[in-house]
Structure formats: structure tokens, C-alpha cells
Design a protein around this ligand. Sequence first.
Ligand SMILES: Nc1ncnc2c1ncn2[C@@H]1O[C@H](COP(=O)(O)OP(=O)(O)OP(=O)(O)O)[C@@H](O)[C@H]1O
Length: 121
Amino acid sequence: MIAREWRRFVNRCVWSWAGWRDAWTHEPSLVFWTVIVALSSLAALLLPLSATERLVILPLGVLVLAMELINTAVERVVDLISRDHHDLARRAKDAGSAAVALAAIAGGVGWVVILARLVGG
Ligand SMILES: Nc1ncnc2c1ncn2[C@@H]1O[C@H](COP(=O)(O)OP(=O)(O)OP(=O)(O)O)[C@@H](O)[C@H]1O
């Protein structure tokens, strides 16, 4: 029982890593967001932020990357079903794109509020 669950857990780790590597190789937008999130995380660690502020910025960065991976999954499933131009395909892909945008906006708003506090003293 424990051995089987452990094997499943290890498999999930292997498949997740494969998924990340594949998306990294084929999705320039994932590379773009990873660079942005790395810079944002570095700034959050270097600037004099409170623990709460870091607890907002750091997970929001991870959320952006998670949304980008889900968006990639949606795009691939849509392309697998058909590469024909279709209104539903457009709406599915646009919804995935909007999910990434919303997470990024949440991170941006977090930074605006924190920077306003830093500049305001
Ligand atoms: N089969 C389709 N039918 C209709 N519109 C489509 C179709 N495929 C893509 N689109 C439109 O083109 C946009 C970009 O789709 P594409 O698959 O090229 O994503 P992408 O450029 O890889 O996006 P991202 O940068 O978010 O990864 C979609 O959001 C959608 O509006």
C-alpha cells in the first residue's frame, strides 16, 4: 500500500518534470513568464518587504507559471482535436490566455501596492 502510493508519487514527479521540460522547450511564453517571475521573486527577497508582502508576491508568481502551464495544456488539447479555424477553439484558447493575464494582473497589483508603501515610507 505505502510502496504503491510512493511509486505513484514518484511517477507523478517524473511526469510533472517531463511536462515542465516539454513546455519550456516548446512554449516561449513560459520562458518569458519564468524570467519575469524570477526577477519579481528576487526583488521580493532583496527589497525590505514584510513577511506578509513576500507571502503575497512569491505565491502569485508561482500562480502565473501554473496558469501558463494550464493554458499550454488547453492549447495542445484544442490543437489535438483540430487545427481548423473554429470559434469554440478561439474561445477556449482565449479563456486560457485570460487566466494567465488575470494571475499576472494580480501580481502586478500586489507590486503596485507594495511599491506605493515602500515609496510612501
Ligand atoms: N483553431 C483556432 N481557431 C480560432 N482561433 C484560434 C485557433 N487557434 C488559435 N486561435 C486564436 O489565436 C490565439 C493564439 O493562439 P495560439 O495557439 O497561437 O497561442 P499562442 O500564440 O501559443 O499563445 P500563448 O502565447 O498564450 O501561448 C488564440 O488565443 C485564439 O484567439
